[in-house]
Design a protein around this ligand. Sequence first.
Ligand code: COA
Length: 197
Amino acid sequence: MEIKGKRITITPIELKDAYSMKKWGRHKNPLLFDYNLPSLTDEEIKEWYRFKTRGNNKKYYSVFNEQNRFIGYMGIKNIRKILSQATFGIVFDPNYVNQGYGTEAIIAYLYYFFNEMKMRTLYLEVAKFNKRAIQCYEKSGFKVVDVYLEEFFDQKIDLENPYFLEEKSSFVIEDGKVYNYIYKMKIDKKTFLKETK
Ligand SMILES: CC(C)(COP(=O)(O)OP(=O)(O)OC[C@H]1O[C@@H](n2cnc3c(N)ncnc32)[C@H](O)[C@@H]1OP(=O)(O)O)[C@@H](O)C(=O)NCCC(=O)NCCS
């Protein structure tokens, strides 16, 4: 199985791709520290890979650019065949963000998801502070359908950090606990095919 975009190629993820995440860059923005994967040990990468590829209700893929460099991974989880729906996720090497690769990979994958896999609906969850991801998802055709609060992954975040202050409206602090708004987004086959005609 191989999905081709103009510059990118998507194939099922392999363990050797996961190991090359050790060479990825790092986000400077502490709100994105959850996506800094180079700090994982070999053992943690193996465990990460096993978790991502275990069971048949999820599928994970590698994304390669035109130089055949592994620039990111993406996948679907919570696959529900009877309802024809799943939940999407994507993480790129920080050295390769903001170059249009994400949007290209998502649109190429959506064609495959709707036309080849014959699925009907794809959902995702994204933090409200993650403006780049939201812009990429909106360009790909996803629309916000719900919003809710979730505990922020780093309860020790420096509340004076400029990245935090810039996105302060995306957070709620209550009883000393830090929560952040999450958008649930959705795209369905009909809308996608109509908009990409
Ligand atoms: C989210 C992600 C996959 C998107 O892929 P990408 O290749 O960076 O996205 P693209 O370059 O295709 O599109 C990004 C868009 O966001 C815009 N953007 C960048 N920073 C922005 C900001 N601070 N505010 C608003 N828009 C912003 C870009 O200008 C571009 O839009 P445009 O083409 O209309 O100008 C990638 O950035 C990534 O892996 N980020 C870290 C992990 C992550 O956040 N994953 C998503 C979790 S839900």
